[in-house]
Design a protein around this ligand. Structure first.
Ligand SMILES: [Fe+2]
Ligand SMILES: [Fe+2]
Length: 296
């Protein structure tokens, strides 16, 4: 990767620290397996969720919230699974679990969790909007796109948790030099939040589409065959920033990948239509955080 000796040692140490990453709560991992297997019934998924009382109440609260806009009261886990569908359940459980795993603060001044989650959730909503628009032409699953949006910048939370000093330097470096955080991370730490996506995906056994969204969301063209799924997350990330969901005021961002529209088969007008729609959802992240009982 073209490191100096010092840069390489720093990189090695960061990777070592990150290998202490906790596992996802077992329930989230199991649910992901269950949901991915073709012969799962709604009852299988429901009985798994019911083993966790906190998750059960989160799920019911979410199923009955305006966020999912269900027409009638959902009073049991099994009906929530049937009505919302497996993939929506997967995104709720994954989001709730991740918010719980990373609830502690490490005192990195520039890095505000509230702003981080607002950005990630808005990106998730944007990715879902794009996927819905393109569902018939590209067969993108809107709920998988939502999950990918929630997770796309998770590497930043991991940096904050495991290498807070280095990450703090990278944030300051970005602010002081008016550069994107991803570029500042590379300069200060030798590795970016996107690059550590590989480790996270391995550790948590995430499906390949999610792994690719973590690793390539800044540059979907970095793979041999750029996927529409990753391009959708990339565009949603750009949209979330354009709608004002940044880590700090005037945050610099990386330019848009120039293959994004052609990979998705859209034109600039389509992007702007989605962006207008996303702007109408600007308060939704706060609603979503309240549903998973998140408190700053
Ligand atoms: Fe990112
Ligand atoms: Fe992002």
């Amino acid at each position: 990767m073209g490191f100096t000796k010092e840069g390489y040692e720093k990189y090695q140490r960061i990777i070592e620290d990150i290998s202490k990453l906790p596992s996802l709560p077992e329930i989230a991992t199991r649910l992901m397996e269950v949901v991915n297997s073709p012969d799962t019934s709604a009852d299988d998924a429901a009985s798994l969720i019911e083993k966790d009382p906190a998750l059960t109440s989160t799920l019911l609260r979410m199923a009955n919230s305006a966020f999912y806009g269900m027409p009638r009261t959902v009073s049991s886990v099994s009906s929530a699974v049937v009505i919302l569908g497996f993939n929506t359940i997967r995104s709720i459980v994954l989001s709730a679990s991740i918010l719980k795993v990373f609830s502690s603060r490490m005192g990195v001044e520039q890095f505000k969790h509230q702003r981080f989650w607002r950005h990630s959730i808005l990106c998730a909503i944007g990715a879902k909007l794009i996927a819905k628009q393109l569902m018939h032409t590209l067969m993108l699953d809107p709920e998988s796109a939502f999950c990918a949006g929630i997770l796309h910048d998770i590497g930043k939370l991991i940096f904050e948790q495991y290498v807070p000093g280095e990450f703090s330097k990278a944030c300051n470096h970005a602010v002081e030099n008016k550069m994107s955080l991803v570029k500042a991370e590379k300069e200060v730490m030798g590795i970016t939040h996107a690059e550590i996506g590989n480790f996270i995906a391995d550790k948590w056994a995430l499906p390949l589409d999610l792994e690719n969204a973590l690793v390539y969301h800044h540059n979907p063209g970095g793979t041999d065959k750029p996927s529409a799924f990753v391009a959708a997350v990339h565009c949603a990330d750009q949209m979330a920033h354009k709608a004002g969901a940044d880590l700090w005021d005037n945050e610099e961002i990386e330019p848009e990948w120039d293959g994004a529209y052609s990979t998705l088969g859209i034109v600039e007008d389509d992007f702007n239509t989605c962006l207008d729609e996303l702007r109408k959802n600007i308060d939704k992240p706060t609603e979503f955080l309240a549903m998973v009982n998140y408190a700053e």
